[in-house]
Design a protein around this ligand. Structure first.
Ligand SMILES: [Zn+2]
Length: 397
């Protein structure tokens, strides 16, 4: 799909600016409000008309999700289960793939006692007496990687994931937050937060380890285009970027099923944020480019199994909506940057509800993602003022 020039497309998606907030990658935290949305941006309305012939809308073939500890057969060789999350986004979908005399798990759940209990119920009742032979993790965020080490030891099963996701998980699981506090404070200052807010931003400790107490010390690498044979079926790895560095989606052409991780979600927009450890990053460019590649690799009738909300048909339509959503945000940013604006200046433009101090951190990463994207395109110019704040200005010419 051809990329549209930023700032030219009016999205049909509404930014509701409600309870789910963007993240900066799961490590800024403190209270419950901060944790809730380290993964995803504001929800986006979608058309949920029914009628499988109309793939310009989304269709949800199953109306209700499995209860904790239960599984639903959602596709040939695929069972769907849900685990709780201690956030406003209160669940994650996980998948069990039949793998010959055993099972392959895809994603693990956040490290909570309730999650372990639900896993044990599934092990006791839902595996038909077969063991787990492999654990695939789509990306390093704690609701996906969380119990990987526990599961790996529980079953003596290897972790399969991408190199960047494993490295990020290992890095953040060993970061107490103390060393990186100064760089986070500087990140916030450069983005235009005042001194108090920058200090709070910097002091928030890495909370990754609460959801991911440990990460397996070894892994089996999966990478773009790799075919994984699982239970006699071939699953091709399609890499998504921007939400996470090297997120592994799995596509089975035989059954027309995509396990999408957080790259494509039906009800909320995957968070795309500049990360504090890469303050000049341009994750939005990578997100849009990888989405276009994934779209090209999928037939429109693909059944998408997302990590949140319900499985759906309408992959092309949803990808188009997500791309349009970001172009709409670019329009808003451009319109605001007729005067020099910092990331902090854009928060009331992009997020219409009041943000508390924790939520501000998450929103900031997403605002910066759009600013950096437009600057890289040449649509905005960036200058650093004497106060050390980066500001962006629309380059009309
Ligand atoms: Zn995620």
């Amino acid at each position: 799909m051809a990329a549209e020039r930023p700032g030219t497309l009016k999205s049909r998606i509404y930014s509701l600016g409600l309870a789910l907030l963007p993240d900066t990658g799961a490590f800024l935290t403190g209270g419950r409000g901060a944790c809730l949305a380290f993964l995803h941006g504001p929800p986006c309305r979608v058309n949920s008309d029914t009628g499988l012939h109309m793939l310009d809308t989304l269709q949800f073939p199953v109306a209700a999700a499995p209860a904790p500890g239960e599984t639903i057969a959602i596709a040939p060789g695929v069972r769907w289960l849900r685990m709780p999350l201690p956030f406003a986004l209160n669940h994650i979908n996980l998948w069990l793939l039949e793998d010959g005399p055993a099972w392959t798990i895809v994603d693990c759940g956040y490290a909570l006692p309730d999650t372990k209990e639900a896993w044990e119920r599934i092990f006791a009742q839902g595996l038909d007496g077969r063991p787990v032979r492999r654990i695939i993790v789509t990306h390093y965020h704690p609701d996906h990687m969380g119990l990987a080490d526990w599961l790996s030891q529980r079953w003596e099963a290897p972790l399969w994931t991408t190199e960047k996701e494993w490295l990020h998980a290992r890095m953040f699981s060993q970061d107490t937050g103390e060393v990186s506090a100064a760089s986070r404070r500087l990140f916030a200052h450069r983005a235009g937060l005042d001194e108090e807010a920058s200090t709070i931003f910097g002091e928030r400790q890495g909370n990754y380890r609460r959801g991911v107490p440990s990460v397996p010390p070894t892994y089996h690498r999966v990478s773009q285009g790799m075919d994984i044979e699982i239970g006699g079926r071939t699953w091709r790895v399609l890499i998504g970027e921007g939400h996470a560095p090297e997120l592994a989606c799995l596509y089975c052409a035989e059954t027309g099923v995509l396990i999408a991780g957080d790259q494509i979600l039906p009800r909320i927009s995957p968070n795309v944020s500049v990360q504090t450890h890469e303050p000049d990053g341009d994750p939005l460019a990578r997100f849009l480019a990888s989405l276009a590649k994934i779209r090209d690799a999928l037939p429109p009738e693909t059944l998408v199994l997302p990590s949140h909300n319900l499985p759906f048909y309408g992959a092309h339509h949803r990808i188009d909506e997500l791309i349009s959503h970001h172009h709409q945000r670019c329009d808003q940013v451009i319109a605001a940057c007729t005067e020099p604006r910092s990331g902090a200046d854009l928060l009331p433009v992009l997020f219409r509800r009041m943000l508390d101090r924790h939520q501000t951190g998450f929103a900031l990463g997403e605002a910066l993602a759009h600013l950096h994207y437009l600057a890289a395109q040449g649509t905005l110019s960036r200058t650093c003022g004497e106060d050390g704040v980066n500001r962006f200005l629309y380059s009309a010419a």
